[in-house]
Design a binder for this molecule. Structure first.
Ligand code: AMP
Ligand code: TRP
Length: 335
């Protein structure tokens, strides 16, 4: 028993979010809420992955502001900077350097051609989007592999990228010996894919043009309430969890359960015969309460606190990353 605990403490977690768009409750439920729970058990490293964000055009001033904003969101959600390392990706050049090396060793064109996120994001413009957008999963592999990461907690949509990181690590290891740990994705059972409020076939996304699809973590309480009341529901009137026939309602039930700390079967029982109207009103209250508590914490964090935390994180992460990178440089023969 003791040994098992000790082993857990030694495991390393790495994850990150791009400072693009307004972070929403999907990001919180799918990713950040998992991270908070993992802090006690594992060594955690959480990054604000700004070099991933620039694979799509960003306004420089807005990007600068969002790097601070995402850091505050991590902290307000309960990531503890004493316990976990929080850092900004671009402040550690080892990430882009290892990505380049992995481009040459381990990453194949055929892998990148399979990435569904690239296909969705590039859409009709596959030939004219940036090379960075195409190569994005290799930078993500570098992020993960630099830190001997065991586990990568992400939402469902990122699983394929973590699997690619595994393939790249294996290929590199086959050629040069056991240098990279093989990471594993961790995806939560419920809530790994929160859907849009207006279209339950689409994921709730922070880069969506129509902001009514998502509830941002920094939305005003009034706006959040309006968005819930406008959320689409399915035909019928019974509150049921049925992904096939009632996808919109099932999504709302998942949000209710996770943000309100309730069990879905229990909610279904409690709302029997009550109709969608009452359910949505109550859900709006649950969301408002969650946002209120979250934003209270968020507003108490100053920009200076953030700068200091990112600098401390940079120093700690850099020490780990530079060690791995110098081993890699030697192996491939540039040192
Ligand atoms: P992104 O918004 O793509 O930068 O994603 C940041 C993190 O949030 C990743 O781990 C995603 O998998 C997760 N995530 C994004 N959107 C959702 C969603 N709608 N439901 C659950 N997780 C999500
Ligand atoms: N690609 C991830 C996303 O959009 C963000 C990310 C970059 C990441 N590097 C990572 C997540 C490393 C986990 C581990 O959500």
């Amino acid at each position: 028993m003791r040994r098992e605990n000790k082993e857990k403490k030694e495991q390393i977690i790495f994850s990150g979010i791009q400072p693009s768009g307004n972070l929403n409750i999907g990001n919180y439920i799918g990713a950040i809420s998992q991270w908070v729970k993992m802090q006690d058990k594992y060594h955690c490293i959480f990054s604000i992955v700004d070099y991933h964000a620039i694979t799509i055009k960003q306004d420089p001033n807005l990007l600068r502001q969002r790097i601070i904003e995402v850091t505050k969101i991590y902290l307000a959600a309960g990531i503890d900077s004493q316990q976990s390392i929080i850092f900004q990706q671009s402040t550690i050049p080892a990430h882009t350097e290892l990505a380049w090396i992995l481009n040459c060793y381990g990453a194949h064109i055929a892998d990148l051609n399979k990435m569904t996120q690239f296909k969705t994001k590039a859409g009709e413009h596959q030939e004219t989007v940036s090379v960075g957008l195409y190569d994005y999963p290799v930078l993500m592999a570098a992020d993960i592999l630099l830190y001997n990461t065991d586990l990568v907690p992400v939402g469902e949509d990122q699983k394929q990228h973590v699997e690619l990181a595994r393939d790249i690590a294996r290929r590199f290891n086959n050629e040069f010996g056991e240098i990279f740990k093989i990471p594993q994705p961790v995806v939560r059972k419920d809530g790994a894919r929160i859907m849009s409020l207006l279209d339950p076939t689409k994921k709730m996304s922070k880069s969506d043009d129509n902001q009514n699809n998502a509830i941002a973590l920094l939305d005003s309480l009034e706006l959040a309430q309006k968005k819930i009341m406008k959320a689409v529901t399915d035909s019928g009137s019974e509150i049921e969890y049925d992904l096939e026939n009632k996808p919109a309602l099932s999504n709302l039930l998942t949000i209710y359960a996770i943000l309100g700390n309730r069990e879905i079967p229990r909610l279904v029982k409690d709302y029997r015969g009550q109709g969608y109207g009452k359910f949505k009103k109550d859900l709006a209250k649950v969301v408002e309460k969650f946002l209120h508590n979250f934003q209270e914490k968020y507003n108490n964090i100053s920009d200076n606190d953030v700068r200091q935390i990112l600098e401390e994180g940079r120093i700690k992460a850099e020490a780990l990353a530079s060690q791995k990178l110098s081993e890699v440089r030697k192996l491939i023969g540039v040192r």
